[in-house]
Design a protein around this ligand. Structure first.
Ligand SMILES: Cc1ncc(COP(=O)(O)O)c(C=O)c1O
Length: 356
């Protein structure tokens, strides 16, 4: 098993086609009030909610490679899917517009939302994305990849009849599928790990990096990056929709695809993939009193806006793990803010219901 230098890894990745969509590096700084509150050496934050594409988020990094791939394949239309308030879908629509492609979105109503034209959907409509609303087969559950791609194919056929050349990509830009044959989303997060490495080089890399894990590509890329650099940093994924047993093989397979695609001499153990599914709450996208409380806590302590579906759950996890002494007092913990803030505005009643 080899250890690679940041330059070696960067060279492998930057030789891949990429369009420039974000401002980098995104900020990384300590959360001083939260650090005191939790009694750790240092809790810092990496602000990938400030990537600068539309209202930012982790998906903009992935889309730099995915859009380049789509353009390389001669596409003029991007088709993807997500849940109703999908951050991925907003970022895809924004990236497509920046690159002069047409965004077509299939949005699944995975949960009941009284306000449809809010948050991400509002921005998608203003972006002029074509939106197909669909019910899910199982109430409250996202469709599986096979079911979603069957639907996407129907939409693609319609687009082709209109003379368009569609590029189909799976939710989150994580797992290979459709026209994305390479693990481009995870690769973007390997590159992001190098950015974090350089930003923390003057002190020492974090002992733990905590991130919300939904379709798995972000965690997989960070993990491969940390292992390839030979860092001791543990990447902790907080599950937002699936139980750990179902989700671990997903992250593992994306990570292995990335190792293979880049030709890295690296083995990954099951134990490298650290996932906690204790913070799923009432399920994907359900805004519970705990979600509302952590959003208020971070706003009031750090003036930091979390989203109600991903980063709030990841922060609930970080705080609980600190209180349970999973982290040691001299550990440095880095929280990755992956964006999603526009969805906040789709849940005002539930967020305010608990404020008393
Ligand atoms: C705000 C936000 N954070 C985290 C994630 C999880 O990233 P990934 O899908 O790469 O696991 C998502 C994915 O949808 C997201 O929208």
């Amino acid at each position: 098993m080899a250890v690679y230098s940041p330059e070696q890894l960067e060279k492998l990745i930057t030789s891949q086609p990429r369009v420039n969509l974000i401002s980098r590096p995104t900020p990384l700084y300590p959360l001083k009030n939260l650090t005191v509150e939790l009694g750790l050496k240092e809790i810092s934050i990496k602000r990938d909610d400030l990537t600068g594409l539309a209202l930012g988020g982790n998906k903009s990094r992935k889309l730099e490679f995915i859009l380049a791939d789509a353009i390389g394949q001669g596409a003029d239309t991007i088709i993807t899917w997500g849940s109703l308030q999908s951050n991925w879908c907003l970022q895809t629509a924004a990236a497509a517009r920046r690159c002069g492609l047409r965004p077509v979105l299939v949005l699944f109503k995975t949960y009941d939302l009284p306000l449809i034209n809010q948050g991400n959907v509002l921005l998608e409509k203003l972006l002029g994305a074509e939106i197909h609303l669909r019910e899910t087969e199982k109430q409250g559950k996202s469709p599986d990849q096979g079911q979603a791609f069957r639907l996407l194919e129907e939409v693609a056929e319609y687009e082709r009849r209109k003379g368009h050349q569609p590029y189909l990509v799976s939710v989150g830009g994580s797992a290979c599928g459709g026209h994305m044959k390479k693990p481009l989303g995870a690769m973007a997060y390997l590159l992001s790990l190098l950015e974090i490495y350089r930003q923390t080089a003057s002190s020492s890399p974090p002992d733990y990096l905590v991130v919300a894990s939904g379709s798995g590509g972000t965690q997989a890329g960070l993990l491969v990056g940390a292992r390839a650099l030979g860092l001791k940093t543990k990447i902790i994924g907080i599950c937002v929709s699936d139980k750990k047993e179902e989700f671990l093989p997903v992250v593992q397979s994306i990570a292995l695809d990335l190792v293979e695609f880049l030709g890295l001499d690296l083995t990954l153990e099951d134990s490298d993939i650290i996932l906690f599914d204790d913070y799923l709450g009432a399920g994907y996208g359900q805004v519970t009193p705990e979600v509302s409380a952590v959003i208020r806590l971070l706003l009031q302590k750090e003036a930091l806006v979390l989203d109600p579906v991903y980063t709030s759950k990841a922060m609930i996890g970080l705080i609980d793990l600190a209180r349970k002494k999973y982290f040691q007092p001299d550990d440095k913990v880095l929280f990755l803010h992956t964006g999603g803030v526009p969805a906040l505005f789709a849940f005002p009643d539930r967020l305010l219901a608990e404020s008393g």
